[in-house]
Design a binder for this molecule. Sequence first.
Ligand code: GLN
Length: 431
Amino acid sequence: NFIKVIDEKNEELNIFLEVNKESALKQAEAIDKKIANGEKVGFLSGLVFGIKANINVEDYIISAASKTLDNYFGSYNATVIDKILAEDGIILGITNMDEFAAGSSTETSCFGPTQNPAAPGRIPGGSSGGSAAAVAAEMCDIALGSDTGGSIRNPASHCGVVGFKPTYGAVSRQGLLDLSMSLDQIGPLANDTSGIALALNAISDYDETECTTLKGERSDFTSVLEEKSLEGMKIAVCKEFIDVTDAEINVAVNKAIHKLVEAGAELVEVSFDHIDLCLPTYYLINYVEFFSATRKYDGRDYGYRIENVCGEEVLRRIEIGSYISQKEYSGKFYKKALQARSLIRDEINAMLENVDLIVGPTVPKLPHKIGDELTPMEMYAYDVLTVIANLAGIPAGSIKAGEVDGIPVGLQIQAKPLDDLKIIKAMSVFE
Ligand code: GLN
């Protein structure tokens, strides 16, 4: 069925960059055989996955939607891919994204933009726009994305699906082409919370090959799906988050927050003083870490020298990242950014001492029409509410709150590090 939808719509929507039908059918047959033989099958049995083009999958071209890597063949599976396969999930193909995940619209892909299936003519958000659109267009059950400053939650919001960025370190990044390694996390997108919970059960784990993953048992994320009661939970809305968001979006988001209250949650209002620091801090750290990550694309091991073939946004980050990295400037900018990051992290963690969840809009604006010319600053403005979770390392999810003029808008739910389960519990109220 998914293959049929892809055959019919992928050319127009530009969601999958590559689909391997034969391999997917072979995987499905192997699962059928196991069932016929009475063998035990994994809990992802028969669920079909799309994978963002910056996560290594054997035998696919893993280009990160960049000309730099357009002939880079995945020679191994990322840890998350092996974990999905081990539970009998089926990998169907590779989804479109912003070049090197640096963007919020999927327009910077060297393969062209992806259409938003839920809002024709508009961007799907980004950078995991292909993954969100794949789920929204019913081309697969679950998709994996990566989230450095919102790249899972932003497109989930714009496409009306569910997206989840786990606690930093909860899921292995081994096999992810990094944008900014102290901020990057892999996570799932799906049409419902149970898809998210199943995917997290598979991928959330300690990985001895990835030194930033956290040790310790993980929750069973499906265990709270049926509860639907938030009795005893305290949720906070942040005045500053509402102030930066368009009025119609706030209306839809407030309705969704009301549902959480109806389910028993107690609502309080809080204040977040460092909101103005978030975007400058995020982009500074992102530029510097991305510049350093790109030094391996010097034309020796992978096709081209990155500066010679990349798009404008990637070049901007490399040039400014290089400038800031020069020794004489390091104290002036990067160190300051790290200090600002601590302030942001401390303020958010202090807030989460007193409440279980912070709720509010995921993205402050509606998605623009494909081809509209935005300045870099206008583009970055999409990220103001999502970068906070990455800077603080906390888990955050986005679920559809409602629509504005037929365009989906998302509710963002954030929690303390390792309280991912509380977010899933709150999300399940919407099902
Ligand atoms: N839009 C943000 C950026 O351009 C976030 C990207 C991401 O999360 N990968 O950096």
